[in-house]
Design a protein around this ligand. Structure first.
Ligand code: SF4
Length: 410
C-alpha cells in the first residue's frame, strides 16, 4: 500500500503570497525603545545587522518591538505560510561515551535504560510511522563505543531500500566525526560513503553554543565549535545540506548567542548549505544542571526573533513545538518562525529532559496548531516543496519522488 496520511485531507491551504508586510511607518511607530529604531531602519533597507545590533535584540526592553521586526521579515519572506512536515524520529541507540552534561537521554553501556537496535529492528521502528505517510526520517543517536562502521552504512542502505522516496536526514556533525573515527577513514570519504548509502541531508544537532567557554562546561568531550563548522562545510560543498541548531538557556551570555549566530551566517555566506535554523531550549531536568531554571517563554520567542533578523541568508527559522510547547509554538509564527518542524512521531530526547509536550502530533493536529495562529499550514517536504496527497491523505508526491502503489507495508 502507498503511505497514507493520518485522517482526512488538509483543508484548502494555498500559500498566501499576497499578504503585505506591515508598512514601514506603522512598524517604526510601534517601537518604544529608541535603540531598536536604527535596527528597524536596517531591516527595512534589508541591510545586514551587526554584532552590536544582535546584543540590542537580546537586551531591548521592547520585547514586542523585537518580535514585530522579526515578524515583518518573516512575512516578507514567507507571507502567511506556516510550514510543517510529517516525519518520524529514529534513534537507533542511546548508548554514548561522550557524557555531555546537557544530556539526560544517553546512557553509558551497562547502565539500565540503554539500548541499541539491530538493523532490522531499526527498520521495523521506522516502519511504525509508515501509516502516517511520513516523508522524512530523522535519524540520530548516541556515539556508540563499539558499533562498527558498516552498521551506519548498512542501516542507511536498508532504510533507503525499504522506504524509497522518503528523505533520510541522518547523523549530526558530531556523529559524522565519530563514524569516520570508527571506520578509520577521513571525513570526506565517510561523508561520500554515507551519502551513497542513502544519507540525503543531516540534522543540525550538536552545535550547542560554539563558544569554547560554554562547551567546556555543558559538553566538554564533544567536538569543538570549529570542528562542527568544518564538518558542516565539508557536507555542504559535497552536496549534503544540513540544518543548524543553537542550544540556549544554559550558561551562555548574550554575546555568546550572537557570536553563534554570526558564525552560522559566515558559513552560510560561503556555502549556502544550511536548510534551516532550529533553536533548542535547554531542558535541565535529569542533567547535572537541574538547578538551572527552564527557559522562559519570552526568551524562547526572543531567540527565534533574533535568529530571523541576524540570519539574513537562511530561509527558514523553525520553532520546535516539542521544546517550546504547543501553547508557544503558534505564537512563534508571529515572532520570526515560519516552520513548526515535524509531527515527529515519538520524540524521546527532549522528553528525557523533562519536556511535557506530546511525543508526536498527527498531521491534522499540526495543521490545527498552525491555523490557531492565523497562519496557513503547508505540509512541506525536505526541499520546502508542497507535499501532494490524494483524497485519502496518501502521499502522491514528495521529495521530488512520485509514490507508486505497492510501496512496502509496515
Ligand atoms: S548530547 Fe549527544 S554526544 Fe552528548 S551525551 Fe547525549 S547523545 Fe552523547
Amino acid at each position: 500500500m502507498i503511505p497514507s496520511g493520518a485522517g482526512a485531507p488538509a483543508e484548502s491551504d494555498e500559500m498566501d503570497e499576497t499578504r503585505a508586510p506591515e508598512t514601514p511607518g506603522r512598524l517604526l511607530a510601534r517601537l518604544s525603545d529608541p535603540a531598536l529604531r536604527p535596527i528597524a531602519e536596517k531591516v527595512l533597507a534589508r541591510e545586514r545587522l551587526s554584532f552590536e545590533d544582535g546584543l540590542v535584540l537580546f537586551r531591548s526592553p521592547d520585547f514586542l518591538g523585537v518580535g514585530a521586526l522579526a515578524n515583518r521579515e518573516r512575512e516578507r519572506r514567507h507571507g502567511n505560510t506556516g510550514y510543517y512536515n510529517v516525519n518520524r524520529y529514529l534513534n537507533p541507540t542511546n548508548l554514548c561515551w561522550v557524557d555531555c552534561g546537557l544530556c539526560a537521554w544517553a546512557r553509558k553501556p551497562g547502565v539500565a535504560g540503554g539500548y541499541t537496535m539491530a538493523i532490522e529492528e531499526a527498520v521495523r521502528e521506522a516502519a511504525a510511522g509508515w501509516h502516517d505517510g511520513i516523508t522524512e526520517l530523522h535519524v540520530v543517536g548516541g556515539l556508540h563505543p563499539s558499533l562498527p562502521y558498516d552498521y551506519y552504512t548498512s542501516l542507511l542502505r536498508t532504510l533507503r531500500a525499504r522506504f524509497p522516496g522518503v528523505h533520510i536526514k541522518a547523523w549530526t556533525m558530531v556523529e559524522l566525526d565519530w563514524i569516520a573515527r570508527v571506520g578509520k577513514k577521513d571525513l570526506l570519504e565517510t561523508i561520500l560513503e554515507l551519502k551513497d548509502a542513502g544519507m540525503d541531508s543531516c540534522p543540525g544537532g550538536g552545535a550547542e553554543i560554539f563558544a569554547k567557554r560554554v562547551r567546556d562546561v555543558i559538553c566538554t568531550n564533544k567536538i569543538d565549535g570549529e570542528r562542527w563548522l568544518e564538518i558542516a562545510r565539508l557536507c555542504h560543498v559535497n552536496g549534503v545540506k544540513t540544518n543548524v541548531t543553537m542550544l540556549y538557556g544554559s550558561i551562555e551570555t548574550d554575546e555568546e548567542r550572537v557570536d553563534h549566530f554570526l558564525r552560522i551566517r559566515e558559513l552560510q555566506d560561503e556555502t549556502q548549505g544550511f536548510l534551516g535554523f532550529i533553536p533548542l531550549a535547554f531542558h535541565p531536568d535529569g542533567t547535572p544542571f537541574a538547578h538551572l531554571p527552564a527557559t522562559s517563554g519570552t526568551l524562547d520567542l526572543r531567540v527565534i526573533a533574533a535568529a530571523r533578523l541576524l540570519l539574513d541568508n537562511l530561509d527558514h527559522v523553525k520553532a520546535y513545538w516539542v521544546q517550546i510547547g504547543e501553547k508557544f509554538a503558534p505564537v512563534a509564527l508571529h515572532f520570526g518562525a515560519d516552520d513548526l518542524v515535524g509531527t515527529v512521531t515519538e520524540e524521546t530526547i527532549t522528553h528525557a529532559a523533562g519536556a511535557t509536550t506530546e511525543a508526536g502530533l498527527t498531521r491534522l493536529e499540526m495543521e490545527r496548531l498552525i491555523r490557531s495562529s492565523g497562519r496557513d499550514p503547508v505540509e512541506r517536504d525536505a526541499f520546502y516543496e508542497r507535499v501532494v496527497r490524494d483524497a485519502e491523505g496518501r502521499v502522491v508526491r514528495a521529495n521530488r519522488h512520485d509514490f507508486a502503489p505497492g510501496a512496502p507495508e509496515s
